[in-house]
Design a protein around this ligand. Structure first.
Ligand SMILES: [Zn+2]
Length: 349
């Protein structure tokens, strides 16, 4: 049974001989039938997206639908430098099914209010983001650690949260863009929703995955201490737990338990200035995840890459709640040690 790949854009559709075909080549005769299918909208709702492409048989109604559906594509703008045609071809924007296989992802999911166009854009952007994330992690593309991680878009929303991680399900959800945000669809996408949060949520995934499966402890579920705002070391045995202690200690203190780091001071000033009554920014898991996203940002920067789905822009990071470049330089070697240990206990096991 021949399955078909997602087409990122009709302009890039290829004929069997590999030549670029005119969009009409595929669409013309099948347009009417595809429109009917769109009306019924019965194939892509809920959480079934991951299975769809595997079921697409050449000549079937679903095949007709995909071939005839043109959509605005702006996913390629979510990364600098932009990929050229050749690189895009190499990257080969594939179906959710093969994307799952390539990166060891358990499942993809979609909220009911994410349109087909949005799904394709988020999925294609995710493909590039996972490739880029692997350039930092060096996990041999096994980002989901053997099908343990689920990624959803615009599903399971928590009000006001642009993204969240569910430790019980190993699930990252990135919110869809806000419809009432300004500008074009791309503008909305780049300035609202879960964009820029993937690395942060992945930081939570590493934290909880290590604590839950690799260095289990009855008292401490995650290796960082989760929502605890403790500033001293947790002192729980385990190599990764010790490294998490090292990382958090270095972030919080310039002299352990005596003098706060400049970063932690900035954080306290920021919270005071904003009359914040929430302890959110001081939670150990959040300090860790924010540090991890800054780590990913600077590691990619060294490779002259900016990926807007993975991390925020360089404008966001000098803010008080984030470590600056100089501060991250001191932490980065510890994150690298942690990742090497994580890899040893999972991918290289
Ligand atoms: Zn977080």
């Amino acid at each position: 049974m021949k399955t078909l790949k997602f087409r990122p854009t009709s302009a890039r559709l290829k004929t069997r001989e590999g030549k670029i075909a005119h969009p009409d080549f595929f669409a013309k005769n099948r347009y009417k039938e595809a429109k009917e299918l769109l009306k019924k909208k019965n194939t892509m709702d809920g959480f079934s997206a991951a299975r769809i492409s595997a079921d697409i048989v050449a000549g079937s109604r679903a095949d007709t639908h995909w071939r005839a559906t043109d959509y605005a594509h702006y996913w390629h703008k979510l990364r600098e430098p932009r990929l050229n045609e050749k690189e895009l071809g190499k990257l080969e924007i594939v179906s959710p099914d093969s994307l799952q296989k390539s990166f060891g992802i358990k499942q993809f999911g979609w909220g009911n209010w994410v349109t087909l166009e949005d799904r394709q854009n988020y999925l294609a952007a995710l493909h590039i983001a996972l490739e880029d994330l692997n350039k930092v992690l060096k996990f041999n593309n096994n980002i989901g650690i053997g099908n343990n991680l689920t990624v959803t878009f615009g599903a399971r929303g928590i009000p006001k949260a642009n993204a969240h991680y569910e430790p019980t399900n190993e699930l990252i959800n990135l919110a869809r863009y806000h419809r009432d945000a300004d500008g074009s669809k791309f503008d909305k996408m780049i300035q609202s929703g879960g964009i820029g949060s993937l690395a942060h949520e992945y930081g939570h995934f590493l934290d909880f995955f290590a604590g839950k499966f690799l260095e289990k402890n009855i008292k401490e579920y995650s290796i960082t201490g989760g929502i605890s705002t403790r500033k001293d070391r947790l002192e729980v045995s385990g190599k990764m737990r010790t490294l998490a202690d090292d990382i958090l200690e270095k972030i919080i203190w310039s002299k352990p338990n005596e003098v706060h780091s400049k970063y932690y001071e900035r954080l306290l000033v920021f919270l005071k200035k904003n009359n914040s009554t929430s302890d959110y920014y001081l939670r150990r898991a959040e300090i860790w995840a924010r540090a991890f996203e800054v780590f990913v940002f600077w590691e990619l920067k060294k490779q002259e890459i900016e990926n807007f789905l993975l991390v925020k822009s360089k404008i966001a990071y000098p803010s008080s709640v984030y470590l600056n470049e100089a501060e991250m330089k001191k932490i980065a070697p510890l994150f690298k040690k942690f990742l090497a240990e994580f890899k040893k206990k999972t991918i290289n096991k």
